[in-house]
Design a protein around this ligand. Structure first.
Ligand code: DGJ
Length: 568
């Protein structure tokens, strides 16, 4: 059976396994390799998150959702606002979330609801007014100086009961009413984290900070010592890898030790929130984090959120949460994404800065890290004619193949990176930004280089799918002599020497390799739902530099079927 059909088998297996009445959305597989299955089929979230206030009236949904569908999204991330859902204590109004579901369905979109509950970007601005006004019943976090913050206390039963009752009501309502399975995941709170200090300094918090670290956590540390995140392990071991003692004794007296304490209590709280939702749904539940970037310290960034270096604390404290997710607004997308695709975490990027580079970034995250999905923020401000739609179109067509069990390599060239090279099957494969070819005037006229991103999927030995934007790949036998690479780089667009002076000075060493690798064919293809590849056009001649390389320009996204061969 052709390997392209394997992914279909996976889909069929899921369908058979889950049955028609099974959970609409679930994670299959284990660790970082987990994949999302929706209605029994592999599903990659080609998403976008609404701006914070764009789900607060049905008119907005009616206006925005058709545009999102035209932009090629399959999923929209939508805030569910606690203040508007429970304006009167104990009385729930689901009209906004119901409207979002209706409009999503009408436009063929799935929804991920974001619970803007007790915390949103650390703060408690989405708590209902009756909650905000009653700080005796619903206490706040305090700074070291004794200042109360508009951050609800993670140590208060009353806060938890009010918040979780509303979140559970939402989960229960969705389970009862969303019979078409439009809602596929829930995000619990939004970018949790303590500000100004690394931990809450209220009296309740300080009492717990001075008491013993619970056995549940010390047992976890002991049992999982070998696989702990290296930062946490180093901190714990530097303090003697103790299995009993106070937070200070186990994790040190500094703000990073305080952060571990605070993360534990946020995680316990969120873990119980997730348990409450789990009573109604088995769909994936996750948490998102603002990054600890730009040299900031805990409290300067939202301390103790679900950050990579705290993954073990969150995992132990909140086992019902399926994964932690980065919101990536900083430069260095690949590096931030990679940190959340390790330690058995499944990568999902619920927020990334909206830009023309999102398509390339999506190809990298999904290609390299098998991400569950990606989602630029304030998506309603994106352009219908922009590059994202083209990227999503290509990724949607590729989904059956991406969901298969093929080896693959993702690549992203954000700025100055010149080449990524790796070896497999006796081949040396080198990838570069398309603008390292000097043929496009934008490469050298001072234009900003757009991000280039792609995935190379190995269908079989010497047979690949290359998909994405802005890359050029060369294939050589590992033993091929590269002494003439300089002369080759100087070749003009038609494949002849660019000018007579190039490549003459070096004396070519004697050829010793057993054989050379050539390009048998490059076809632009459209993968079909049954896993077969429909040829759109043959790319040869100038389009593969007369058989020297495979490339995709920067202005669009392509899916190429590449076959290699050997010659002597
Ligand atoms: C991250 C938050 O999660 C979003 O809700 C929004 O506030 C953005 N930051 C704004 O950049």
């Amino acid at each position: 059976m052709p390997r392209h059909l394997l992914s279909l088998l996976l889909a069929a297996t899921l369908a058979a396994h889950c049955g028609p009445t099974a959970a609409q959305s679930l994670l299959v597989g284990s660790g970082s390799e987990r994949k999302l299955s929706v209605d029994g089929r592999p599903f990659i979230i080609l998403g976008g998150e609404l701006g914070n206030s764009s789900a607060s009236s049905e008119t907005d949904a009616a206006r925005i959702f058709p545009k999102l569908a035209r932009m090629g999204l399959n999923t929209v991330l939508v805030p569910a606002y606690w203040d508007l859902m429970e304006p009167v204590e104990g009385e729930f109004d689901f009209s906004l979330t119901d409207a979002a579901v209706r409009h999503a369905r009408a436009n063929g979109l799935k929804i991920v609801f974001l619970w803007f509950g007790a915390w949103k970007n650390s703060m408690s601005c989405y708590a209902p007014e009756w909650f905000k006004r009653d700080s005796r019943r619903f206490p706040r976090a305090h700074t070291e100086s004794g200042k109360p913050l508009e951050i609800a206390s993670a140590f208060s039963d009353n806060v938890f009961k009010a918040d979780s009752r509303a979140f559970e009501a939402l989960a229960g309502h969705i389970a009862k009413t969303d019979t078409a399975h439009t809602v596929i995941m829930l995000q619990v709170e939004n970018e949790i984290g303590m500000l100004e200090n690394a931990r809450d300094y209220s009296a309740d918090a300080t009492r717990l900070y001075r008491s013993a670290v619970p056995e549940r956590l010390t047992d976890y540390l002991t049992k999982n010592r070998a696989t702990l995140h290296p930062d946490l392990r180093a901190r714990w071991e530097a303090n003697g890898a103790r299995t009993n003692g106070t937070w200070e004794q186990l994790f040190g007296p500094d703000e990073y030790g305080e952060e571990v304490f605070m993360a534990w209590h946020y995680a316990l709280y969120v873990g119980k929130m997730a348990d409450a939702a789990r009573r109604h749904t088995s769909m994936p539940l996750y948490v998102n984090a603002a990054m600890n970037s730009r040299g900031r310290r805990p409290g300067q960034y939202p301390s103790a959120g679900p950050l990579a270096h705290l993954i073990d604390i969150w995992r132990c404290g909140a086992p019902a949460v399926d994964f932690i997710s980065p919101d990536i607004y900083d430069p260095g997308f690949a590096s931030w994404a990679s940190r959340y695709a390790t330690c058995g975490n499944a990568l999902f990027i619920p927020e990334m800065r909206l830009s023309d580079d999102n398509g390339a970034q999506a190809f990298y995250a999904i290609g390299e890290h098998r991400a569950i999905g990606v989602s630029p923020f304030s998506i309603e401000n994106g352009s219908e004619a922009g590059k994202l739609g083209k990227a999503y179109d290509a990724l949607r067509k590729l989904t059956p193949i991406l969901s298969g069990d093929y080896g693959r390599h993702g690549m992203l060239f954000e700025t100055a990176e010149q080449e990524q090279a790796w070896t497999e099957d006796g081949l040396r494969i080198a990838a570069r930004h398309f603008f390292t070819l000097p043929w496009d005037s934008r490469a050298t006229d001072g234009s900003t280089w757009p991000a280039a991103g792609a995935v190379l999927i190995r269908l079989a030995p010497m047979e690949y799918i290359l998909a994405g934007t802005g890359v050029v790949l060369t294939f050589q036998g590992e033993d091929e002599v590269t002494a003439d690479a300089k002369a080759q780089a100087a070749l003009g667009e038609d494949g002849f020497a660019a000018n007579g002076a190039e490549g003459r000075e070096a004396k070519t060493p004697r050829w010793t390799a057993k054989s050379r690798v050539g390009i048998a064919s490059v076809d632009e293809v459209e993968p079909q739902a049954d896993g077969t590849l429909r040829r759109v056009r043959r790319l040869n001649g100038d389009e593969d530099h007369q058989g020297r390389h495979v490339r995709i320009g920067v202005d669009g996204f392509q899916i190429l079927h590449v076959k290699l061969y050997k010659y002597k």
